[in-house]
Write a protein that binds this ligand. Structure first.
Ligand code: NAP
Length: 305
């Protein structure tokens, strides 16, 4: 059974893409929503994303599915605001990039007659705000759900069906396992991109415009990733501290090993390492999660999450 009324709390990239994807799927569901600033609420109204309300409490009243689409650090405050207004039997999910921290922040405030099923679409761009969404964002991307021990299976099945209609593939996972996997696939890569762009920015003071003029291949992609929303990414690292520190530790060990191979002229080590990593890229293409087209410098929409 599809939902009658979906409420979007937060109206940025993910929420606006959900609204577009729902419309594309022909859902006749009522959509309500709210954002923090009057400017975002006005933009959402102008774009016709949903019926826009001033407060989370008003937006969720009567909804049978509530989706929290705010930065991870805002989940607790929003959960407190919406909890007393959730309809009995409603499902509450979120789209936050970290799951353990969101469960801790949200679960204590929820009434027992609401199913809380945390979620995370592995889809995004470096853009944010209500005007940045588009209907195909979730197409063939994974949407991970991390049900809690007391989440009712029928509520999980219903949410799975909804998300599938938005174009995504669903997988179920434990929240802590999600956070470790995402630390590897998304969080630390973002940190590396932020660091590399920071280093290049320092360098630019020495070499004038060379970094910009000759930026190609990897560096250009780093700048795209490093343009991601600062609030969202600050919250990701503060909320997924344990897993990101664990993976960062392993990363620096590998980096030191490569540094040593360069210093000692150990070409075999470098070649073996780069051969192994190349095969991982092939695996991603075979799994349909990217295309084999030459990518360096490509203009177009790129996604990560
Ligand atoms: P976004 O475009 O920056 O939108 C965030 C929305 O949350 C905005 O409408 C903002 O309102 C609202 N908001 C912020 N703090 C709030 C508060 N305290 N109360 C009410 N509303 C508040 O962000 P997004 O990219 O859609 O990300 C939303 C969530 O999805 C985050 O948890 C993020 O981790 C997750 N996610 C993001 C991506 C990605 O690539 N972007 C991918 C997967 C998952 P204003 O506009 O008025 O500030």
């Amino acid at each position: 059974m599809t939902y009658r009324h979906v409420a979007l709390v937060g109206l940025g990239l993910i929420a606006s893409s959900i609204s577009h994807a729902m419309r594309r799927a022909g859902m006749e569901t009522r959509i309500t929503g709210t954002a923090q600033s009057a400017a975002s609420r006005e933009t959402a109204t102008r774009l016709g994303l949903c019926e826009v309300f001033e407060t989370p409490a008003e937006a969720v009243t009567g909804a049978d599915l509530v989706i929290l689409c705010v930065p991870v650090g805002a989940m607790e405050s929003v959960a407190k605001q919406v909890a007393p207004h959730l309809a009995p039997g409603a499902t509450l999910t979120d789209v936050g990039s970290v799951k353990g921290g969101v469960v801790t922040a949200v679960a204590p405030y929820l009434p027992e007659n609401v199913d809380f099923i945390p979620g995370h679409p592995i889809a995004g761009t470096e853009h944010s705000g209500p005007a940045s969404g588009f209907a195909s964002l979730f197409d063939n991307r994974w949407w991970l759900l991390t049900p809690l021990p007391d989440s009712r299976p029928e509520a999980v099945a219903r949410l799975t069906k909804f998300v599938t209609r938005l174009g995504a593939n669903v997988d179920l996972m434990e929240p802590d396992h999600h956070d470790l996997v995402l630390a590897v696939t998304s969080h630390i890569p973002h940190l590396i991109a932020y660091t590399m762009v920071g280093v290049a920015d320092d360098l630019r003071r020495v070499t004038s415009t060379e970094v910009i003029n000759y930026s190609a291949a990897g560096f250009r992609d780093f700048t795209r990733i490093a343009a991601s929303d600062p609030t969202m990414w600050r919250d990701v690292f503060l909320s997924n501290r344990e897993a990101t520190l664990e993976i960062l530790g392993r990363f620096t060990e590998e980096l030191f090993a490569l540094q040593r191979a360069i210093r000692t002229g150990d070409g075999d080590h470098l070649h073996r390492y780069f051969t192994r990593t190349r095969s991982i890229r092939r695996g991603i293409i075979e799994a349909g999660q990217d295309t084999p087209e030459p990518d360096f410098g490509r203009v177009g929409i790129k996604r990560d999450g």
